[in-house]
Design a protein around this ligand. Sequence first.
Ligand code: 13P
Ligand code: SF4
Length: 400
Amino acid sequence: MTVSRCATMTDVTSTWTEPSNTATALLLLGRGSDPASERGVDCPGDLPAPSDPDLVARATAAKAALGDRVFVLGHHYQRDEVIQFADVTGDSFKLAQQAAARPGAEFIVFCGVHFMAESADILTKPEQKVILPDLAAGCSMADMAVLGQVETAWERFEDLGIAGDVVPVTYMNSSADIKGFVGRNKGVVCTSSNAKRALDWSFEQGSKVFFLPDQHLGRNTAVLEMGFDLDDCVLYDPHKPGGGLTDEQLRSARMILWRGHCSVHGRFTIDSVREVRERVPGVNVLVHPECRHDVVRAADYVGSTEYIIKALDAAPAGSAWAVGTELNLVRRLALAHPDKQIMFLDRTVCYCSTMNRIDLPHLVWALEELVAGRVPNVITVDEDTAHNARVALDQMLALP
Ligand code: 13P
Ligand code: SF4
């Protein structure tokens, strides 16, 4: 499972060297792989050094040489050094749409994480290649739902005789396997921008929703946007027999939430909200719906990364905002709006470590490989899985 590497505010400016040959020594990003804990990748050929002063010039030249053959997508949580080369930036919903809308591009270089690149592969033409510059850019939340576990849960619903009432809904942040499972069982994919629309549609198809893998997005949407009670939601824990739920709990639940969460957004607590309100009178608290329920309830505004960007663009000069989402985005927004006081909701700094795997050396490497006629790190979803996942993704793209 991937983890977030965090540092306190005072750590970030100091120079620190990983001691070698210790049990806890960390791999330099992209310089090796740890198959026990991550997908891992060796970059064949020359991965440029992060200190190479020509990285920007090299990326610019490689991109210019490729011209319209390449289209670079950048998720909002990517580093600035990478975002500057994105043809389009967006949240996971916008990037899925953009990938589908570029049939002319031979190569889609996806600066984001693995599940996003899988979705792009599913939504693009077979001859288009989707490239993830570092295959170790996974997602700990997506890793929390494994197909075998989800099928075991579904068998339990079938044994209980409730499967016919249950509509599976998976957050975009899930593997292609899980999306395929959802498509096979007549469900839908959602993102943080359209979760309510996806649930509205699902409750027209059945009386219960099985929501994967982010319990917080599922609970926050059902309770805060659709008027369900917390008691209507139960938590299915794949590590407990029967999910840790009684037959009666499953029969009476409206929302069966998978026990998954985002390790970055899960760090924000109700104390962070209280503390910032005391420290900055009049502050607006704006959070992503992957945050815990009590945090979202205590916030003033909640929405996807795209929503957060628009809210801050529209905010009046002089207003103060504490933002609960990934730090690359919050930093970029603070720099873009010097007339507004924009701060990170928590006192400690935490990037999404897997988003950060895509750095400029990896982007340069991937682009230069393409210029040299080699196609690195292609993300391919097998046709059967892709077919079923496409059903669930197309259902999402067709939501009213
Ligand atoms: P959105 O891009 O849908 O806002 O999701 C945030 C996220 O955590 C992506 O990994
Ligand atoms: Fe996964 Fe959270 Fe990172 Fe998004 S921010 S890629 S959900 S771990």
